[in-house]
Design a binder for this molecule. Structure first.
Ligand code: SAM
Length: 305
């Protein structure tokens, strides 16, 4: 079932949380010169036009990135995120929103590797087209050679399956973003199985999972299942922008669950999350949670704002 198109949701509050965390994780990996591999199991189209029929249908970006665009009081991690999006919009007008592949391409270095999986035929083609343009542009600017070579690989394939063959990466440094649509509830189970398998193949990898924090049982249980997988530790952050509607429709809350997070992530989120709640919050139900812990019985900490 491939009805999901991320273009409808590009730039919403959930993308803000996801891409802000993604950028922090990649910036941390960039602190060492040693090459690493970025793997996106569910890549989407890579870049979205906010004036397209898709994105403008519900204009979800208006309650996400649009609320940050003109702010002059951004904490530095939020500024890193907004600056990256502004770099895709040199005119200053908010026209394009980058997906996770673009954010990664922007931050990774010449020596690093990018591996993208996208199953939807239209989105995998768009992703490949977008990358061809990006690489041509980078070459024009002398940033890096025009050949895609080994640096970027895009596969129209099931990312849950495709990941296995890439772990561990040759450089033994790597990060995996797992961001399925969850329209099919089997995605919840596949995420837990994939992270379990990934950590067995490549124990020191960073695994970042985006998820909708909904009332449905699978959604409530998934973070608890992820917490039980042995690793060097985990961090779970959720951003809730409003009280859930009585009919249960709409996405009011989402989370990022990270296994093997860098130590720098928690302090950054402690600074940033209250700000995001204040700017993206829509009613008195807006809040955040940051939890950390380890699966081997070491108690996790949970702190609310
Ligand atoms: N990570 C993207 C971003 O942040 O810009 C958004 C990804 S979107 C939430 C999920 C994508 O997964 C959709 O484009 C969908 O077509 C794709 N997809 C669904 N099932 C898949 C699978 N098993 N393997 C790879 N891609 C899949």
């Amino acid at each position: 079932m491939l009805s999901y198109r991320h273009a409808f949701h590009a730039g919403n509050h959930a993308d803000v949380l996801k891409h802000l965390v993604q950028i922090q994780l990649l910036n941390y990996l960039n602190q060492k010169d040693t090459a690493y591999m970025y793997i996106d199991t569910h890549s989407g189209a890579g870049v979205y036009a906010l004036d397209s029929n898709y994105a403008s249908k519900n204009a979800e970006y208006e309650s996400g990135i649009a609320r940050l665009w003109e702010r002059t009081d951004l904490p530095s991690a939020v500024a890193d995120y907004v600056d990256l999006i502004k770099s895709l919009n040199p005119s200053g007008k908010m026209r394009y929103y980058p997906g996770s592949p673009y954010c990664a391409e922007h931050i990774l270095r010449e020596q690093d590797r990018l591996r993208f999986f996208e199953l939807h035929p239209a989105d995998s083609k768009l992703l490949a087209d977008n990358f061809r343009k990006l690489e041509a542009h980078a070459a024009e600017q002398g940033k890096r050679p025009a050949t895609r070579g080994k640096r970027v690989m895009i596969e129209r394939a099931n990312g849950f399956q495709g990941l296995k063959a890439l772990l561990p990466p040759p450089s033994r440094r790597g990060i995996v973003l797992i961001d399925p649509p969850y329209e099919d509830k089997s995605d919840y189970r596949s995420v837990v199985d994939t992270v379990t398998d990934g950590l067995q193949r490549f124990a020191s990898g960073v695994y970042a999972v985006w998820y909708p924090a909904l009332n449905r049982m699978e959604s409530r249980q998934m973070p608890d299942k992820l917490k039980k997988i042995p690793s060097n530790g985990w961090l779970n952050v959720t951003l809730t922008v409003s009280t859930p509607s009585p009919d249960g429709f709409g996405l009011h809350s989402s989370g990022m669950f990270i296994h093997n997070p860098p130590w720098t992530l928690e302090p950054v989120l402690r600074e940033v999350m209250p700000y995001l709640v204040s700017v993206l919050g829509q009613d008195s139900g807006a809040t955040f949670v940051i939890e950390t812990g380890k699966a081997d019985g070491v108690a996790g900490k949970q702190k609310r704002k």
